[in-house]
Design a protein around this ligand. Structure first.
Ligand code: SF4
Length: 159
């Protein structure tokens, strides 16, 4: 093919981004940062009945260096905040953060001196799942929304 008929470089990059996004959204390795009662509903969602394998998200990693989604589940105290930030910093990019339950989203009922009033004051949050605790169906809905966000993310290759 003559050079002037070749696909523009941007088109190749766009196709590559689409392929990488598709692969990433179906290979989510989550790091469960579980501190409180929302953990029960998280375990329920992760059990066989809801089958997270359908979304490529069933396999947790307990090393931040092997995870790409930080799943923050439960109340976060100010004492715990530096630990959460350290875990986030240890994860390689690209990475995403999910606030699971109203305590992580806003502090929930715990409007007091000891509780972080939303984890987005510590780490950037990509997805908020409200509820006390959120039902598994809400978590699955959130997971699908996160997958859509992952799919759209540009790889940065070629730019
Ligand atoms: S949102 Fe409700 S269930 Fe979840 S950690 Fe807070 S108090 Fe517990």
């Amino acid at each position: 093919m003559p050079v002037d008929e070749a696909a523009p470089a941007g088109a190749v990059t766009t196709q590559l981004d689409a392929a990488l996004g598709w692969a990433r959204k179906y290979s989510i390795f989550q790091y469960p940062f579980v501190t409180a009662c929302c953990g029960m509903e998280f375990m329920s969602t992760a059990a066989s009945h809801y089958d997270l394998d359908r979304f490529g998200a069933a396999f947790p990693r307990f090393s931040p260096r092997q995870a790409d989604v930080l799943m923050v589940v439960g109340t976060i105290s100010h004492k715990m905040a530096p630990v959460l930030r350290r875990i986030y910093d240890q994860m390689a990019s690209p990475k995403w953060v999910v606030a699971f339950g109203v305590c992580t989203c806003t502090g929930g009922f715990y409007n007091n001196y000891a509780t972080v009033q939303g984890i987005d004051t510590i780490v950037p949050v990509d997805l908020y799942i409200p509820g006390c605790p959120p039902r598994p169906e809400m978590v699955l809905d959130g997971l699908v929304k996160l997958q859509a966000k992952i799919q759209k993310q540009r790889s940065g290759i070629g730019s």
